[in-house]
Design a binder for this molecule. Structure first.
Ligand code: SF4
Length: 138
């Protein structure tokens, strides 16, 4: 596998990426996230490695700290754990974006989404739920 082009995602960022609609913590954060989304949509076979701690989406986040953590560490760890459990992801696992979307479709439900994403400030906008429904998640 070509690891040099492999994207790194912490577990809850698979679903955030599916729902991304240009909202985020800062202009550099949104720009970086947009680039990642465009790359994945242009090539659904792009590889993503499941990672613990900061990832490529966190790269431009104003909340990130030096020690591989962030200002909202407790909340973020809870989100990661919930999404990792639901999707059955292993740390360091490498999957394509196409496979990740299949996993979301197979393993996530709208009810699980609301439980797993409880407390996320972006959930209220409804874009993640809409993206799940577009995948026929019920
Ligand atoms: S509600 Fe928040 S944590 Fe959940 S997928 Fe959307 S942006 Fe990510």
């Amino acid at each position: 596998m070509n690891s040099s082009r492999t994207i790194h995602f912490r577990p809850h960022h698979f679903l955030c990426t599916l729902g991304f609609q240009g909202k985020g913590y800062s202009i550099p954060f949104v720009k970086n996230f947009q680039n990642i989304v465009e790359q994945l949509n242009a090539d659904p076979d792009s590889l993503i490695q499941v990672t613990k701690g900061l990832d490529q989406i966190c790269g431009s986040c104003p909340n990130k700290k030096e020690n591989n953590s962030c200002d909202k560490q407790t909340k973020i760890e809870r989100l990661d754990k919930a999404h990792q459990t639901i999707l059955g992801l292993e740390e360091n696992q490498i999957i394509s974006w196409k496979e990740a979307k299949r996993l979301i479709k197979e393993k996530m439900s709208i009810e699980d989404f609301h439980a797993a994403c409880e407390g996320c400030e972006w959930k209220v906008y409804g874009v993640c739920e809409t993206a799940l429904k577009k995948l026929n998640v019920v």
